[in-house]
Design a protein around this ligand. Structure first.
Ligand code: GDP
Length: 369
């Protein structure tokens, strides 16, 4: 799972990204992660791993992780190739979701590219670049579909006409400044929309970067946050409040110091933890767990994933040779006190190829090699 950090210059992206890499997990532990200076890996907080470790006393505990990519270089005019322009847009195409950092702190020492702090204007500047890029992508696609429409096959023709109608609808919306994710489509239309791979169709989390002194209750009184919130409400996106500077400090503390510091700030979890949790929600992700003497580990899957595909997350051979999964829910396992006790009570289930994985399934895959 990959999230791209975007935002105008000087809003706090690098500060947040530094916090991510400092707090970060070793990407060497995650074969699926890219090793790249612009990529940071963050462990997904999951207290269940600790509890499982008490039961299994494993050699190691491996949380699941999310990748963050620092996508610098978006400026006004990027869609026309200014700044890092097209390169920037290509990076956004590759991520599963966007974290859009918006400056909500006042600081006369830190220059704003447009001369003053203005969350609504900033958000619109970036969204407009993405909308321009989408319009270009869409127009190319419409040209192609126009050619395909010349077909004499009535069935195909009807299909292309239906697609064209959806493209027209998206185009009209984009021209009014509406991101694709905020437009209404039925399920059938959604399938066509997804196939167009548009940037404004990606899920977005807005991260309001507030001043250090404003975290906790104070931030809700910040008029800049209120301004941002009212924009976000209309476009089907999520919002979190962070202070990039504090995140950078927190990232350097060990676990005990961190809890103490958060307590002093009146917070229960770091902005980074909130960001990871929100990403999970927004992307419809869940975790299943594996536990043994060697390792206790969490794995990320999309809600609705079936057992063989979940097995494939561990190793492609597990998916190919999938026979069945032995599953006990985390809560049942904890209530019984041990795997053996859960088995005795009949709470360890044998599940086949059609089983839809649930969050917190403690799983053992059986497979042929
Ligand atoms: P980027 O261009 O978006 O990557 O922005 P940077 O992360 O480099 O931040 C620009 C400047 O703003 C740096 O000097 C940061 O120290 C400062 N900055 C970032 N977050 C905060 C904040 O929450 N409060 C204040 N006062 N300054 C911040």
């Amino acid at each position: 799972m990959k999230l791209g950090i975007v935002g105008l210059p000087n809003v706090g992206k690098s500060t947040l990204f530094n916090a991510i890499t400092k707090a970060g997990a070793e990407s060497a532990n995650y074969p699926f992660c890219t090793i790249d200076p612009n990529v940071g890996v963050v462990a997904v907080p999951d207290e269940r791993l600790q509890k499982l470790a008490e039961m299994y006393d494993p050699d190691k505990i491996t949380p699941t992780a999310i990748e963050f990519v620092d996508i610098a270089g978006l400026v006004k005019g990027a869609s026309r190739g200014e700044g890092l322009g097209n390169k920037f847009l290509a990076h956004i195409r590759e991520v599963d979701a966007i974290v859009h950092v918006v400056r909500c702190f006042e600081d006369p020492n830190i220059v704003h590219v447009d001369g003053s702090v203005g969350p609504k204007r900033d958000l619109e500047t970036i969204n407009l670049e993405l909308i321009f890029a989408d319009l270009e992508t869409l127009e190319k696609r419409m040209e192609k579909t126009n050619i395909s429409l010349k077909t004499h096959d009535p069935k195909l023709k009807a299909q292309y006409q239906a697609e064209m109608a959806i493209y027209e609808k998206m185009k009209a919306g984009l021209e009014q400044g509406i991101p694709v994710r905020a437009m209404e489509f039925n399920e059938e239309e959604r399938a066509v929309v997804r196939q167009a791979f548009l940037l404004t169709d990606k899920p977005v989390i807005y991260a309001a970067n507030v001043g250090e002194e404003e975290l906790g209750a104070g931030a809700e009184r910040n008029p800049l946050v209120a301004e941002l919130r009212s924009c976000v409400e209309t476009e089907n996106a999520a919002l979190i409040l962070i202070s990039a500077r504090i995140e950078e400090e927190i990232a350097q503390l060990d676990e005990d110091e961190r809890q103490e510091y958060l307590g002093e700030l009146g917070l229960t979890e770091s902005g980074l933890d909130q960001l990871v949790k929100k990403s999970y929600q927004l992307l419809g992700l869940i975790s299943f767990l594996t536990a043994g003497k060697q390792e206790v580990r969490a794995w990320t899957i999309t809600r609705g994933t079936k057992a063989p595909q979940a097995a494939g997350k561990i190793h492609s051979d597990f998916e190919k040779g999938f026979i069945r999964a032995e599953i006990v829910s985390y809560n049942d396992l904890m209530a019984c006190g041990s795997y053996a006790a859960a088995k005795e009570k009949g709470l360890v289930r044998l599940e086949g190829k059609e089983y839809v994985m649930q969050d917190g399934d403690v799983t053992l895959f059986r497979f042929n090699v």
